[in-house]
Design a protein around this ligand. Structure first.
Ligand code: ADP
Ligand code: MG
Length: 334
């Protein structure tokens, strides 16, 4: 399939195609715990959408409601304009699901398992081998599921969500059990799917992953969407400080604190850390006072935004910042 073909979805007379996912005012309670609290979201077709949030924030519950695996107490969900609950068999071939606790067919090899899944969805022959290859399990094709390592089993679960070529793919912490190589390899698979026009809904704890992959993210805190935007816009809007890291002993702490533009000085992991919203100005002052040898600079990242939102502080994002703070500025990473 060419990219252009894949991206052009059937046109609907008089309007844009329906959203891949539309969630309206969805709530879900477990006993006295409100796991999802009046969440509304819209995910466009072809979008790579990340759901982030601490453990227990309600990510899995929300994703499972989107998938039609759980029923919302109130509110509504539509996938391509159709409700996933009660079970819509017309929708099933169009969606792929990897849940956090994946079940496998027992005593089957990786290949047999995936063949069974493929048959259930009427996937085309040949898709089993290409999908095993895509997730890096070709060498394990004849290994029984119970003998696969945790990371291999996770990759088989991902393969099970992809084997029938769905348009909309839900992955719930897919990289949780993966080593760094397997994680990067999965990123490439997912970028390929995104380039082919698929829609991906993705929960993760890895902020670098969200930054590298997602067009937009929503950060869930206590069942509620705290923010939704592109990682870039979130970072830019947060006005988090840049950090300059100096080798310890290079510059006296008091002198560092006296540099114009330095807002905070601390010691972390063998470095003296200077926080500032004027990194260019502070960098030249450090250069004059101590030289730049071994000095590292860190620009604000999604992690700063995330920690700010999820640390339990209901801080006014504009508070405590000097007036006329410049937007995040890019300086070279070492
Ligand atoms: P996340 O995926 O963000 O870690 P979950 O959606 O799994 O969050 O859980 C949200 C909250 O709901 C947590 O407090 C969790 O303990 C609770 N919860 C999740 N599933 C159930 C369930 N089946 N029964 C009761 N409580 C649940
Ligand atoms: Mg979860």
């Amino acid at each position: 399939m060419s990219e252009v073909q894949a991206m052009s979805s059937p046109h609907h007379a008089g309007g844009p195609p329906p959203a891949a996912v539309r969630v309206e005012e969805v709530s879900k309670r477990y006993g006295d715990r409100l796991a999802v609290d009046a969440v509304s979201l819209e995910i466009r077709q072809g979008e790579f959408f990340g759901l982030l949030g601490p453990n227990g924030a309600g990510k899995s519950t929300l994703v499972e409601i989107m998938e039609g695996l759980r029923r919302a107490d109130t509110g509504s969900v539509a996938l391509f304009g159709r409700s996933p609950w009660p079970r819509d068999t017309g929708l099933l071939p169009r969606i792929g699901v990897q849940t956090q606790s994946s079940a496998f067919f027992v005593r089957q090899t990786a290949h047999e398992h995936l063949r069974t899944v493929a048959a259930l969805y009427g996937a085309r022959p040949g898709s089993v081998d290409t999908t095993l290859e895509a997730v890096g399990l070709t060498a394990q094709r004849n290994v029984r599921v119970e003998n696969l390592s945790g990371g291999q089993r996770q990759r088989l679960a991902i393969a099970s969500a992809l084997v029938h070529g769905p348009e909309l793919i839900f992955l719930d912490e897919p990289t949780a059990a993966l080593d760094p190589q397997a994680r990067r390899a999965l990123w490439e698979v997912l970028r390929g799917l995104k380039a082919a026009g698929r829609t991906i809904v993705y929960t993760t704890h890895h902020l670098d992953e969200a930054e590298a992959l997602c067009d937009r993210i929503a950060i869930l805190v206590d069942g509620r969407v705290a923010v939704t935007d592109s990682p870039h816009n979130l970072v830019a809007a947060a006005h988090a400080p840049s950090r300059l890291l100096l080798p310890l002993g290079r510059l006296d702490r008091r002198r560092a604190a006296g540099i114009d533009g330095v807002e905070r000085v601390s010691e972390q992991g063998g470095s003296l850390v200077l926080e500032t919203h004027a990194p260019g100005q502070v960098l030249s002052a450090v250069d004059r006072l101590a030289g730049l040898d071994g000095v590292q600079t860190r620009t604000p990242s999604l992690e700063d935004v995330y920690l700010d939102l999820t640390s339990g502080l209901t801080a006014d994002p504009a508070a405590g910042k000097p007036a006329g703070t410049p937007a995040a500025e890019t300086i070279t990473e070492p």
